[in-house]
Design a protein. Structure first.
Lengths: 500, 93
């Protein structure tokens, strides 16, 4: 029997909306869960998702995707990729899995909320598929690293990181809880699918898959590609939502939510993606610098998306552009210097050739970040390794939960953006992080950063050993230089050549 | 005499750091404590220079013998620790 083509019935089926008669609309869609900003159901009928898919199509395509990713994994299990991979690349995988895998379940919760409480029928359909996507992403990104636990204990953090108080995970949980699990469906869609996924992760996964292929890690590449194709579909939930909000006089509200979302996403990417691209990925495999990647894939394309749907550039655009040039260098230096506090081994990425590359991509790097690395390098060359470790904690931003840092050297620009709210002084890394707090202080005021916890006596003893115990980092798991300081010998050899 | 936390922003370093000091510490002692976490770790030493402590945003350093309690600094307030050229230091600025 012939069946109708999807286009012949999808719109009618999708628009078959509920008309509640036994309960009120607010009982069916409680405002705090729908996040619909007072817009009634009729207003959402015009929502039109650009990517349409039915459940049966979804199941067929997803089955093929899973079969592809798992087949590549099975075929390459006996390859020597892991044994032969550069230590920097192994660290990329560890950082990625620990920071992302369990967060996918938070994203699934977000999609589930949209699937039930979104007022637009099309949004509910797309989110139903998105909810299943994110479960798949959680499962597959836990399964793939599991086989590596036997080779390296740090891979255990792919699963357990989210249950610890490690500082990077506190930062990841803070943003994921804020954007994914504690807002109404409409706000969640704007923050997760539009700001976070359209703006950042969709493109980030494209870049990561390409990098993995470049270093010969086909298993990771196929896994990430498989996930990215889901992202590119469900990331489209948010944009038509903006259209509905603007048409109904809610542009300012949509703009504010998107602005908070973009900034928060950027901060997370500055610590996770920037160091991976510019320091961990082996030099010979780098296609683009992080800055070039951001400018091409994130800034240009996302800026166009923003303007196309009727929003404006966020008010902090100039600051955002400036940070793309600088911020990840500080995050990287901080992660490396406080390396015992992470679950992967940071690659320093500052051998002579790598520094040349950094100077070429970021003119002035040697006169700023390079100054700090000069001191570190000299200490390692002269056997003063104890001076390459910290004896105190960095001060943490009360919004992004990352160390407050910026450009060092003669152009020294570091400062605290403090703000007092109801008698408590909060510390922020930048104007935009402080602004995120100020627009909704009640949401954030109760949270304690790692420093707040330390000062409150929650971390005992009040030293590195107490800090590591609080963060759940055991011997054998704590980070150290990825290449066991082999890069220092390259510096020594280069200096000896110069001297002879 | 009590433990007092400050935020250290050391000239030419890249990061703000937690700086535990004592309320009776002088500004020279505060500067030395801040230097312990920056100089020789990520900031090159400047022999002959004096380190001065000032409030974030201020151009005037605190007197070198002023104590933390006398300074009016709040817990976790951000101080800037800056190098002073030997000439100025000798003039007792």
């Amino acid at each position: 029997m012939a069946t109708l083509g999807r286009l012949d019935w999808y719109d009618i089926a999708r628009a078959t909306n509920w008309t509640p008669s036994y309960v009120t609309e607010d009982e069916l869609y409680p405002p705090e869960l729908s996040g619909a900003d007072g817009l009634r159901m009729e207003a959402w009928e015009s929502y039109d998702e650009p990517y349409k898919q039915t459940y049966s199509e979804y199941v067929k395509v997803q089955r093929e995707k899973d079969a592809g990713a798992y087949s590549v994994k099975a075929a390459l299990e006996r390859s020597n990729m892991y044994a032969n991979a550069d230590a920097g690349w192994i660290s990329v995988m560890k950082a990625h899995y620990g920071a992302i895998a369990r967060g996918e379940y938070s994203a699934s919760t977000a999609e589930a909320r949209m699937a039930r409480f979104g007022k637009a029928p099309g949004m509910r359909n797309m989110a139903t598929l998105g909810m299943m996507d994110e479960i798949r992403h959680g499962q597959i990104q836990l399964f793939f690293p599991h086989e590596l636990c036997g080779k390296d204990r740090q891979f255990d953090w792919a699963h357990k990181a989210f249950d610890t108080n490690e500082w990077g995970i506190i930062a990841a949980r803070h943003i994921f809880d804020d954007m994914f699990t504690t807002r109404g469906a409409a706000e969640t869609a704007l923050m997760l699918t539009f700001a976070f996924e359209t703006g950042f992760t969709n493109m980030q996964f494209l870049g990561l898959a390409a990098d993995a292929a470049e270093v010969g890690d086909w298993t990771f590449s196929s896994l990430i590609s498989s996930i990215q194709t889901d992202e590119s579909r469900h990331a489209q939930i948010g944009a038509p939502l903006v259209t509905v909000l603007i048409e109904n006089g809610r542009k300012a509200e949509a703009q504010q939510i998107v602005d908070v979302g973009i900034w928060r996403a950027w901060r997370l990417f500055s610590v996770l993606t920037g160091p991976i691209m510019d320091y961990y990925t082996p030099l010979e495999h780098r296609k683009q610098s992080f800055k070039e990647f951001m400018q091409e894939w994130i800034v240009t394309q996302f800026e166009r998306s923003l303007l196309d749907i009727g929003l404006e550039r966020p008010w902090y655009w100039d600051e955002f552009m400036a940070q793309i040039d600088t911020q990840h260098h500080g995050q990287h230096l901080g992660v490396w210097f406080w390396r015992p506090t992470v679950w992967w081994n940071p690659a320093a990425g500052v051998s002579p050739d790598e520094r040349d590359w950094l100077e070429e991509k970021y003119p002035g790097w040697n006169a700023s970040w390079g100054k700090c690395w000069d001191v570190i390098t000299d200490n390692l060359l002269e056997g003063r390794i104890e001076l390459t470790y910290p004896e105190t904690l960095p001060v943490i931003c009360n919004m992004c939960q990352l160390p407050i840092n910026t450009t060092p050297g003669p152009a020294w620009q570091v400062r605290d953006y403090a703000h007092t709210h109801e008698g408590r002084t909060y510390h922020f890394c930048s104007d935009p992080c402080r602004w995120c707090f100020q627009v909704e202080p009640a949401r954030y005021a109760g949270h304690l950063s790692l420093i707040d916890r330390f000062l409150a006596g929650m971390i005992q003893p009040m030293d590195l050993s107490g800090g590591l115990a609080y963060m759940g980092l055991a011997p054998g798991e704590i980070g150290d230089d990825a290449h066991a300081y082999a890069w220092v010998e390259k510096v020594r050899a280069a200096r000896e050549r110069l001297a002879s | 005499m009590a433990l007092f936390p400050l935020t250290s922003n050391f000239e030419e370093d890249f990061v703000l750091q937690l700086l535990p000091v004592d309320t009776d510490h002088t500004m020279d002692e505060v500067a030395a404590a801040a230097a312990h976490h920056s100089v020789g770790r990520r900031v090159a030493d400047r022999p002959g220079h004096v380190m001065r402590v000032r409030r974030q945003g201020s151009t005037e350093p605190f007197p070198r013998t002023m104590t933390v309690i006398e300074s009016g600094l709040a817990p976790m307030e951000c101080i800037e620790v800056v190098w002073e050229t030997p000439t100025l230091a000798a003039a007792g600025a």
